[in-house]
Design a protein around this ligand. Structure first.
Ligand code: ZN
Length: 187
């Protein structure tokens, strides 16, 4: 089932997600709905807050993006074919960021028609749990590294506008105010 994507201005986007202790039936159903919602919206990632649930769960799929490459190492093994490892459903992710930074264009399904250059760590290491209760270890660079950082931020109530330069945020300020107002009118 496709879920409504919460937009900027909805207070749920600022709520830190609760850790998930067991991936029960309800969590599995939510994960399936989040994947369907993300794919239908042509997104590369979606966090639980974006569909109204303040939980530590995110889904990602960068396998369809050809012009922005990613690398992925899963439990120590390099994944050559990203489609084989995607989509990812990650519970309770913990990230370690590289010192080296990289700037790139980012958008967010909660901010329609808004993109900005955001500086992020060039690569990440991540530990998380899967829906099957397994612990997994990921090393990623490229678009996947960026997407993992963007989604992990969502799980902590942090939005990509918080990471924009003040100049970029100022230039988007009227668009952001309008979006916030529209969202709050419809809450
Ligand atoms: Zn987002």
């Amino acid at each position: 089932m496709r879920l409504e994507i919460r937009k900027y201005g909805d207070p749920i986007l600022r709520v830190k997600g609760k850790p998930i202790e067991t991936a029960d039936e309800r969590i599995r159903a939510l994960a399936a709905d989040m994947l369907e919602t993300m794919h239908a919206a042509n997104g590369v990632g979606l966090a639980a807050q974006q569909v109204g649930a303040a939980l530590q769960m995110t889904v990602l799929d960068v396998s369809q993006v050809e012009d922005r490459p990613s690398t992925l190492t899963l439990n120590g093994a390099v994944v050559d074919d990203l489609t084989a490892a995607m989509p990812l459903v990650l519970l309770n992710p913990v990230l370690r960021l590289s010192e080296e930074k990289d700037s790139g264009t980012e958008g967010c399904l909660s901010f329609p028609d808004i993109t900005a250059e955001i500086e992020r760590a060039l690569s990440v290491e991540l530990e998380a749990e899967t829906l099957e209760g397994e612990k997994i270890r990921i090393e990623a660079s490229g678009l996947l590294s960026r997407a993992l950082q963007h989604e992990a931020d969502h799980l902590n109530g942090i939005l990509f506008i918080d990471r924009m330069s003040s100049a970029a945020k100022a230039s988007l300020s009227s668009k952001l105010k309008r979006l916030q107002k529209d969202t709050q009118r419809n809450l």
